[in-house]
Design a protein around this ligand. Sequence first.
Ligand code: FES
Length: 250
Amino acid sequence: MASNFEPKILAFSCNWCSYAGADMAGVSRIQYPPNIRIIRLMCSGRVDPVFIFQSFLCAFDGVLVLGCHPGDCHYLVGNYHTEKKMNRVRKLLEIVGIEPERLLLDWVSAAEGARFAQIVSSFTEKVKDLGPFRKDGLEQGLEAAKATVQSERIRWLLGKELDLLQEGNVFGEKLSSSEIDLLIDTALKDEYLKNLVSLILEEKPLSCKEIASLVGLSPMAISSYLIDLEESGEVSLHGFEGKTPKYIAG
Ligand code: FES
């Protein structure tokens, strides 16, 4: 890897602790790599998963999310929600084919200027080791991931994960963390593949078998996604090639 590679890193920082920590690093004249651009938000809980996928579409090499230490969030549980959401985002990054290590979530208090500088330095080194992020060939996957985390089903699950774990569902039934993992990870993968199929069909009409070979799944699996997409009006029958039906988006 070229040693002169300087990664572009986007940092989302909460106003009350981590941004103040960055300020403290500046005021204390603590040196850290100039590779980051910081976006200040009121709470790390405001970091929508969409922002992460959009950052990679904007060709950032790494994304840093910084919040208050657990227990110190000024909105009580914002950072607990952030932790849950970023864990899911990492899984989705992996499905898209992006190293999940390009996303880091960490905590910095207002007094921890040195800690802020140390996190930025070590993350910059980590991203340097990973090399430049090349989005060529991953755009469709990133767009499908964005659509996935914007879907009502996934937004609801991600927003409720902590409540499901602590309080149970509306019937008062509690699920174990491994049951919740399975539930959310399955839903994420399902929505992602459905969105990917829909995006692929925006380019040209394809048969179930052709889509299956592009996505790397069985025609049986793809046909169930096509049924769902037809029902929701996102995909329709375009015509027949011989006896083979071809589908198109819209
Ligand atoms: Fe800092 Fe919520 S206010 S993480």
